[in-house]
Design a protein around this ligand. Structure first.
Ligand SMILES: NC(=O)c1ccc[n+]([C@@H]2O[C@H](COP(=O)([O-])OP(=O)(O)OC[C@H]3O[C@@H](n4cnc5c(N)ncnc54)[C@H](OP(=O)(O)O)[C@@H]3O)[C@@H](O)[C@H]2O)c1
Length: 198
C-alpha cells in the first residue's frame, strides 16, 4: 500500500519503520519541502520517499502527524479528500508550553474531521509514545495494542493494515466516544497495552 504522512517527525518515523519493513511505500512530507527530508529518507528502508504535502495527501491512507497548533493550517491548505482515509495521530498539546489546548469540551479528532470534511477520519497511533510505537509490535507471545476510533469502513482498512504490521487492534467505536477515550488527558493516553490471545 501507499501511505502518505503529513509530518515527518517522531510519530511519522516510528510508524514508517513498520510500514517499510512490511513492504509498503511511505510518502513523507513537512512544511520545509522534500529536499529537507532527503537525509532522513536515505536512512530509512526501501520504499520511503520525500514528497510535497499535496502529494502525501493524495495517498489512499494518510497520517496526520503534525503539532496540534499546525493542524488547521495544514488541513486548510490541502485539496478535497474525496473519501480518502486520514489517520489522526495528533494530541492537542500547545507548544512550547505542552499545556492542553482548550477544546471547549469537544473531541480533538472531531475538530480534525471538520477541517477535512470529505476525509474518512480514524483516530489511531496517538496513545503510544513514539518511542513505544517504534518498538517491535510483538511482545513475547503478545502483540502491542493500537486503539482505533472513527469511520467504520476506514477503521476496517486501517485495522487490517495495523494487524498486518503485527499490532493488535482494539476498536473503540465512534470519534465522539472512542476518540474521547483516546484523547490526551483521558484514560487511554500513554497506555502501552499488550494483548495475549486473539
Ligand atoms: N512524540 C510522541 O511521543 C507522540 C505520540 C503520540 C502522538 N503525538 C502527536 O503526534 C503529532 C506529531 O508529533 P511528533 O512527536 O511526531 O512531532 P515532531 O517530531 O515535532 O514532528 C512534527 C512534524 O510536523 C512537521 N510540521 C510542523 N509544522 C508543519 C506545518 N505547518 N506543515 C507541515 N508539516 C509541519 C514537522 O516538520 P517541519 O517543522 O520541518 O515542517 C515535523 O516533521 C503531534 O500532534 C503529537 O502531539 C506525539
Amino acid at each position: 500500500m501507499i501511505i502518505g504522512s503529513l509530518g515527518a517527525g517522531e510519530v511519522a518515523q516510528a510508524f514508517a519503520i513498520h510500514l517499510l519493513k512490511a513492504g509498503h511505500q511511505v510518502l513523507l512530507s513537512n512544511s520545509r519541502g522534500p529536499s529537507s527530508l532527503e537525509q532522513l529518507v536515505s536512512k530509512l528502508d526501501k520504499g520511503a520517499r520525500a514528497v510535497t504535502m499535496d502529494e502525501a495527501a493524495k495517498a489512499p491512507i494518510v497520517v496526520l502527524a503534525v503539532p496540534w497548533p499546525k493542524v488547521e493550517e495544514v488541513l486548510g491548505k490541502l485539496p478535497d479528500w474525496e473519501g480518502r482515509i486520514l489517520i489522526d495521530a495528533t494530541n492537542h498539546f500547545l507548544l512550547p508550553s505542552m499545556e492542553l489546548a482548550d477544546l471547549k469540551g469537544r473531541v480533538s479528532s472531531e475538530i480534525v474531521s471538520e477541517l477535512a470534511p470529505s476525509a474518512k477520519v480514524v483516530k489511531a497511533l496517538n496513545t503510544l509514545y513514539a518511542s513505544n510505537l517504534a518498538r517491535d509490535p510483538k511482545v513475547g507471545k503478545g502483540r502491542r495494542v493500537i486503539f482505533v476510533s472513527g469511520d467504520a469502513g476506514a477503521k476496517a482498512e486501517v485495522g487490517g493494515l495495523l494487524k498486518g504490521l503485527g499490532f493488535a487492534v482494539i476498536d473503540l467505536g465512534s470519534l465522539n466516544e472512542g476518540g474521547r477515550a483516546q484523547q490526551v488527558g483521558n484514560g487511554l493516553a500513554g497506555v502501552d497495552l499488550v494483548q495475549f490471545g486473539d
